[in-house]
Design a protein around this ligand. Structure first.
Ligand code: OGA
Ligand code: MN
Length: 203
């Protein structure tokens, strides 16, 4: 596998030119398996909670909007399985700041689990009252995801062309990056349990 460092320039170019990019094999298969095992054991231990919509007073769980459960990562105390992820994300963040002057200072990251039949309707990742979220980063943790499993991430790639979208399969090891303020996106209904580690780089 080519090192992340050698793949960063192409990734930066794609973000600069189109605002989103897909990068496969972000971490080794063993590292992805370890993250999924960790997420699954945390879910089993009751450490996930139903994800909500909106912030502070407006915050609410709405089954008609999103059906996933999440568990936030503690950046101050990464587990052994999380260390390779933090290292790679830090490398990425430094490159984004150096080359694109995004001014990212921190991040927030959570595991997400979509049970069978769940989805996340079309939305934008930035809150109306908080523009800190700059880059959305989704790493998929699924093993052998096939077409019939659904659960694709649909990104509307051109705000001026409502019919233009791409569907991205949540294959293990695949990382999707996009500018948080620019792209409407949704998670199509998953026909198998769907795992990811999702985050936002904030300025
Ligand atoms: C989100 C989101 C996309 C995905 O959590 O805000 O859009 O593919 N996730 O899981
Ligand atoms: Mn989103």
């Amino acid at each position: 596998m080519t090192s992340l460092a050698t793949r960063i320039p192409a990734l930066i170019d794609a973000i600069a030119e189109q605002g989103w990019v897909v990068l496969d094999d972000f971490l080794s298969p063993a590292a992805i398996d370890a993250l999924r095992d960790e997420a699954a054991s945390r879910l089993g231990a009751g450490q996930f909670h139903r994800a909500g919509v909106g912030r502070s007073e407006g915050h609410a769980v709405r089954d008609t909007v999103r059906g996933d459960s999440v568990r936030w990562l503690d950046a101050g105390a990464p587990s052994p399985a999380e260390l390779p992820y933090w290292e790679a994300i830090t490398q990425l963040q430094e490159a984004l700041n150096r080359e694109l002057f995004l001014g990212i200072r921190e991040g927030e990251f959570h595991y997400a689990h979509y049970p069978v039949g769940s989805f996340y309707k079309r939305h934008i990742d930035r809150f109306r009252d908080d523009d800190a979220r700059t880059v959305s980063v989704v790493l998929y943790l699924n093993q052998d995801w096939v077409v019939g499993n659904g659960g694709e991430l649909r990104i509307w790639t051109n705000p001026d062309q409502p019919a233009h979208y791409v569907d991205i399969s949540p294959q293990g090891g695949r990382l999707v990056l996009f500018l948080s303020e620019r792209f409407w996106h949704e998670v199509l209904p998953a026909q198998q349990p769907r795992w990811s580690l999702t985050g936002w780089m904030r300025r």
